[in-house]
Design a binder for this molecule. Structure first.
Ligand code: GLU
Length: 497
């Protein structure tokens, strides 16, 4: 059994963001590749900002992506007492100390440093208080924070070898005895995170590069506790085309995983897109058909050191998100076996009350053929109910452009009605016969076939683009086509009255 254990440790302070989702995905890929385990820990100790709603959104988002942890989810707050006990132990053993400096005192020192244009660092005033005195003052109820007693003996720096960024070394003169427990007794992120990662036996910490500022401090905590330091792999950030960090405030819903679920991305295709946002196998491959394909190709060493660009242009009506996400999703949508696409389209239609149970059984073949026919031009599941609504309901929208074609020439009113009549009389209604009949009618009426073809397409699908018209007619079937032609004829007249 592999000893590889990784974790995703989100703070539940908002929705599951694509940056977080990418972190979770990379951890999951790494665990799966190495036969390791993925722990999901919800870091909810910031009670003011954490919400249950957010925890739920994170767990559901990961579940939708197909990322199922092996351990958890559990809440960090369940271990609060352990964190506190550990901090107390650190004070008693001397690797940490209580600091009784008041807020005012520290603020004055900070101001003074700013006046000298120096970076403020705690001066270690309370480091020399004896443990006896410290215990007494604490017992007397004097407020305090706990600071790590950074071990500077014979050491000038703290370092670690990041699997992505390489050797990182920070001089100890740049790190003060930082706070690990707040005045209210609650351990801060750096301490709680280390304690939990140690208890969870985490071997590799794969997280965003924004974590890099904390890592040297965390390494110092591991060392103070005499614990083995895990390996770190920090992932470069994801920025927008103007090089701004992507955020809900700036970019809105498009950075939330929920947005992709809502618009009908295929979970795996979305993961495929995320995977390439900061990683590549070193070739040009962009499509990983199955999770197994990507797991096989994935390796930490190829995580990019430079920031990746989420190519979303706010306000661009052509693309609801990064065009690459749409292209990748479209590629999966078209290339996966139609049987595998079936449950996704079914769920999508069910959620919109458009599902007909006959498509599960007696008309399943029809349904699969139709999906196969129309998916050629689609990118997301939403396209099945927007551009493709006419295949699944009589209550389909007609685009403005389609309406123009229906109303292009008054002769179409007659054309639609006569075609409906002829189609009703056809012995067989199929690809060939519908075409023959339409062309014969155009001859008789002395109109151009293109005019009628475009008009009919617009009337029966509400769209000006799509598969070949006669394929469409065969798929829709005689009853629908005849009904829609008659309804279409009224639209032509509508404008002429
Ligand atoms: N809760 C932290 C965050 O969401 C975890 C960072 C880490 O992975 O250590 O930023």
């Amino acid at each position: 059994m592999s000893d590889i254990r990784v974790r995703f440790a989100p703070s539940p302070t908002g929705f599951l963001h694509i940056g977080g989702a990418r972190t979770a995905l990379y951890n999951w890929l790494f665990a799966r590749k190495n036969g390791g385990k993925l722990v999901l820990r919800i870091e909810d100790t910031d009670t003011e900002r954490s919400t249950d709603e957010s925890s739920k959104a994170i767990i559901e988002g990961l579940d939708w992506m197909g990322i199922h942890p092996d351990v958890g989810p559990y809440n960090q707050s369940e271990y609060l007492e352990e964190h506190k006990a550990r901090a107390e132990q650190m004070v008693q053993s001397g690797v940490a100390y209580r600091c009784f400096c008041t807020k005012e005192e520290l603020a004055a020192k900070r101001e003074e440093a700013q006046g000298r244009k120096d970076t403020y660092m705690y001066d270690g005033k309370c480091a020399s208080i004896s443990l006896d005195e410290s215990n007494k003052r604490a017992q007397n109820g004097e407020p305090f924070v706990v600071r790590l007693r950074v071990n500077r003996e014979g050491k000038e720096s703290v370092s670690f070898d990041d699997l992505v960024f390489g050797h990182i070394e920070v001089a100890l003169v740049d790190i003060d005895d930082f706070v690990i427990v707040r005045t209210n007794g609650v351990p801060l992120y750096n301490l709680a995170n280390v304690i939990d990662d140690h208890r969870d036996r985490i071997s590799h910490i794969i997280r965003g590069a924004d974590g890099l500022t904390n890592t040297p401090k965390q390494v110092l905590i591991y060392e103070a506790l005499g614990w083995e330091v895990p390996l770190f792999a920090h992932m470069a950030l994801t920025l927008d085309p103007s090089k701004a960090k992507i955020s809900k405030r700036r970019h809105g819903e498009v950075v939330a995983v929920e947005f992709y679920r809502k618009h009908g991305f295929l979970p795996w295709a979305f993961c495929n897109f995320l995977a390439l946002l900061g990683w590549s196998a070193g070739d040009d491959r962009e499509i990983y058909e199955t999770p197994e394909d990507l797991i096989e190709a994935f390796c930490i060493e190829r995580i990019s050191k430079s920031n990746s660009i989420f190519n979303y242009r706010k306000g661009d009506p052509k693309f609801i998100t990064d065009p690459k996400a749409l292209v990748i999703n479209g590629a999966h949508l078209r290339s996966m076996p139609v049987e595998s696409l079936f449950p996704h389209v079914k769920k999508w239609l069910e959620e919109r009350d458009l599902w007909n149970p006959r498509w599960d059984h007696e008309e399943k073949e029809w349904f699969l053929n139709t999906v196969d026919l129309i998916r050629e031009r689609y990118h997301i599941l939403e396209d099945f109910t927007e551009q493709g609504a006419a295949y699944f309901t009589d209550d389909y929208p007609i685009t403005q452009k389609a309406m123009k074609r229906i109303q292009k020439d008054p002769v179409l009113e007659k054309g639609f009605n006569l075609l409906a009549e002829r189609y009703e009389k056809l012995e067989e209604f199929n690809l060939e016969t519908t075409e023959q009949e339409l062309r014969a009618l155009c001859d008789d009426m002395d109109i151009k076939p293109g005019l009628l073809i475009n008009g009919v397409r617009s009337a029966v699908t509400g769209q000006i683009k799509g598969p070949g018209l006669f394929q469409i007619l065969e798929t829709l079937g005689r009853t629908s086509v005849v009904r829609r032609l008659r309804a279409g004829s009224k639209l032509v007249g509508g404008e002429n009255e």
